[in-house]
Design a protein around this ligand. Structure first.
Ligand code: C2E
Ligand code: CA
Ligand code: CA
Ligand code: CA
Length: 279
């Protein structure tokens, strides 16, 4: 029993060491991943619920690790934040996503929107406005077709600094979306102060729609609040026709989710609809 106990202890210690090593190795791998071409942007459609058409896409990053295969962003984005690589990676994502949106817009003969996620560290970066301007200039994408998504979580930091940075970004003409809305503590009170254009209702609320009254009431009040502040609303994580129906009844303007399309490489997307004939 004593030996077993000792063994377990050794195993446990090994596991810990391995985790820390593993993390350090992944952070090291991230340093060269952009240059090595290991990242790929996947795209998930955003739907205009009333019209039933795709109006744009959200860029969702994927890492093709040479030995581990596909590493999901929930695993590597926090490490890229920690290791400081997220700024370089984010610059690459912006360049790639704006170029793709410009190409789709030209192909469709109508503006195709693109949303890009910005992590807290990217938002705090002094060069973020220049990075955004560069991506717009290089791609030729009109600024109003680019949305930058920041999570409500950035607000637990210095709110004044976040507001200043968002205002600076907005001078470029891009739109700002508050991501994962409803999951933070301070959402309702801070929304008024935020220079935002879009609110994205977190998937956790959307997935409960139709299963009980509380989530429906909550989603309804977020939509109502957004409307009073003249913000667009995107419901995230719509998976069932029932959820879509409830959102339609609540007059939610836009939605995303597996029901409409999973994130996929650019080449796998449906060609965007052709321009409507002029009225
Ligand atoms: P997010 O911005 O909230 O993105 C939505 C996530 O929900 C995506 O996960 C998407 O694949 C997933 N999703 C979409 N529709 C559904 C649905 O109907 N059901 C379910 N169960 N899930 C759905 P993904 O692609 O794994 O990304 C996770 C997170 O990683 C993102 O959350 C975002 O915070 C971060 N992320 C992704 N790409 C980037 C990036 O380029 N830069 C930064 N800074 N963060 C990124
Ligand atoms: Ca997002
Ligand atoms: Ca989200
Ligand atoms: Ca999220």
């Amino acid at each position: 029993a004593k030996a077993l106990g000792k063994n377990r202890l050794v195993h446990y210690a090994d596991g810990m060491a391995q985790d820390a090593q593993d993390k350090a190795r992944l952070i090291e791998d991230l340093a060269g991943a952009t240059a090595a071409g290991q990242f790929e942007v996947y795209y998930q459609p955003t739907i205009d619920l009333a019209a039933g058409v795709t109006t744009g896409y959200e860029a969702l990053l994927r890492w093709h690790h040479p030995t581990r295969g596909l590493v999901p962003p929930v695993e590597f984005v926090p490490l890229a934040e920690e290791g400081g690589h997220i700024v370089e990676i984010g610059r690459w994502v912006l360049g790639e996503a704006t170029r793709q949106a410009a190409a789709w817009s030209a192909q469709a003969g109508r503006p195709v929107g693109i949303a890009v996620n910005l992590s807290p560290r990217q938002l705090a970066d002094d060069d973020v406005v220049a990075t955004v301007r560069d991506a717009l200039a290089a791609s030729g994408l009109p600024a109003r077709q680019l949305t930058l998504e920041v999570t409500e979580g950035v607000l637990v930091r210095d709110v004044d600094q976040v507001v200043t940075q968002l205002l600076a970004l907005r001078t470029t003409g891009v739109r700002i979306a508050i991501d994962d809305f409803g999951t933070g503590y301070s959402s309702l009170s801070y929304l008024r102060r935020l220079p935002a254009d879009i609110v994205k209702i977190d998937r956790s609320f959307v997935q409960e729609l139709g299963t009980g009254n509380r989530s429906t009431t909550l989603v309804a009040s977020i939509i109502e609040l957004a409307r009073s502040l003249h913000l667009d609303v995107v419901a995230e994580g719509v998976e069932t026709p029932e959820q879509q129906a409830v959102l339609g009844r609540l007059a939610c303007s836009h939605a995303q989710g597996y029901l409409f399309g999973r994130p996929a490489p650019a080449g796998a997307q449906q060609p965007p609809a052709q321009a409507l004939p002029a009225p």
